[in-house]
Design a protein around this ligand. Structure first.
Ligand SMILES: *Cc1c(COP(=O)(O)O)cnc(C)c1O
Length: 410
């Protein structure tokens, strides 16, 4: 098979065959699609003919990106949304109902965690567990458990979930394994290898990569037998059983909830995607260099990065991933002020985002986990001196020099 980067740069052209030799799919902004013969419109509505009817549900530019993701990840199908949270909320709200139970990671991305509270308000039971150990996930099982939701590498303290163990547990119980793979895109980790049912991802982060577009996706790996899932409505039990899940998410989660990606957004994401492997390689190299350097600095108490030998799941990360990702966090010694350090860094932007070409930093307790309060932060291992970095693709030495001068100053 062709190598990954070769595939990436030719993906749109080969998968979608844009007319006239174009290397990008045409992206039209048309909201409506008119048919010469009304019979054709009727057939498209009834799912007997492929086509677009209204761009909240599908349009050519969005369908082109979905086809690219489907080919790249070698999955059954993909749906894209206006943001990662739109993909996650649409998926959960269209597949779960009152009285169901979900087991979720206690280290979830903050907004997904907050969404779990909303689900509970709607009568969906949620257990938050330590996903670094599949036994803890198994211990949370109930008669009404439908799904396990985890991320590959957690934010900000970088715990690596027991993905293989959870995948097997889900397979044994016919539970959906919902895996948010935002932190470890396909070239670092193939979620099919741990039997994920649906892969969720924020396209905003590494896949698009340049901080200029929001997007999200849900991919069906084809590993889950939807006939085992009790919540698929009769109308969505289409001829191909493999499409039941995405059909319901498309109708209930995309059409009815309306978190649609724009044609322009789909185009920007597909252009960003061309350089995913180059950016990811450089990001991982920079993050490992920085983690190693910071871990022996006298003003730093501790560095959290799965690439470090002292990381509690380092061995697991070596087995699962082709690289340790671009996120690392560290605790300054208590006598130093994390805000002062961030102000003294000249290349590190103070911003809350991940997976950008630029290195970004933020004081965790004072920003993204401020709302949680001090006791919840303590329980999650988040100190007041914790800084999270999303490492970019700058020249490695510039980043090391920048940290050297800023740490010297404080
Ligand atoms: C950013 C992020 C999301 C949400 O994605 P948006 O595109 O910002 O809505 C979901 N999960 C993880 C792990 C993320 O880092």
């Amino acid at each position: 098979m062709d190598k990954f980067t070769t595939q990436l740069v030719h993906l749109d052209r080969l998968v979608n065959q844009p007319p006239g030799g174009g290397v990008h799919s045409d992206s039209s902004n048309s909201v409506l699609f008119a048919y010469q013969q009304v019979e054709d419109l009727v057939e498209v509505f009834q799912g007997k003919q492929a086509g677009h009817v209204y761009s909240r549900s599908s349009s050519p530019g969005v369908a082109a990106l979905q086809a690219m993701l489907t080919r790249l990840e070698r999955v059954n199908g993909a749906l894209v949304f206006s943001s990662g949270m739109a993909a996650i909320s649409a998926t959960l709200l269209s597949l779960l109902k009152t009285g169901d139970h979900v087991i979720a990671s206690q280290f979830l991305f903050g907004n997904t965690r907050s969404l779990m509270d909303t689900l509970q308000d709607f009568g969906i039971e949620v257990s938050l567990v330590d996903v670094t150990d599949a036994k803890q996930v198994a211990a949370a099982a109930r008669h009404n458990t439908r799904a396990v939701f985890s991320e590959s590498i957690a934010n900000p303290v970088t715990q690596v979930a027991d993905l293989a163990g959870i995948g097997q547990l889900c397979a044994d119980n016919n539970w959906l394994f919902l895996l948010d793979n935002t932190m470890t895109p396909i070239n670092l980790f193939d979620a099919k290898s741990v039997q994920a049912s649906l892969i969720l991802c924020s396209l905003t982060k590494y896949l698009a990569g340049h901080g200029n577009v929001l997007g999200g996706a849900v991919l069906d790996t084809g590993l889950y037998n939807w006939q085992e899932y009790p919540n698929i409505l009769p109308a969505y039990q289409v001829a191909d059983v493999q499409q039941w899940g995405l059909t319901q998410i498309k109708k209930r989660g995309l059409r009815d909830m309306g978190g649609t990606l724009s044609a322009d957004g789909a185009h920007r994401i597909s252009v960003g995607l061309e350089t995913l492997s180059l950016r990811m390689q450089r990001t991982c190299d920079n993050a490992l260099a920085l983690a190693n350097w910071l871990s022996v600095h006298p003003k730093i108490a501790r560095v959290y990065y799965p690439g470090l030998a002292e990381h509690p799941q380092h061995q697991r990360a070596c087995q699962l991933f082709n690289g340790f990702g671009g996120m690392l966090s560290f605790d300054l010694l208590p006598e130093y002020d994390p805000l002062a350090l961030l102000n003294d860094l000249k290349w590190v932007l103070c911003a809350t985002h991940l997976g950008d070409t630029r290195t970004l930093g933020l004081p965790v307790a004072q920003t993204i986990f401020y709302e949680n309060g001090a006791s919840a932060r303590a329980a999650m291992g988040i100190s007041d001196n914790l800084i999270r970095l999303s490492v970019g693709i700058e020249d490695s030495q510039d980043l090391l020099d920048d940290f050297a001068q800023a740490l010297e100053k404080i």
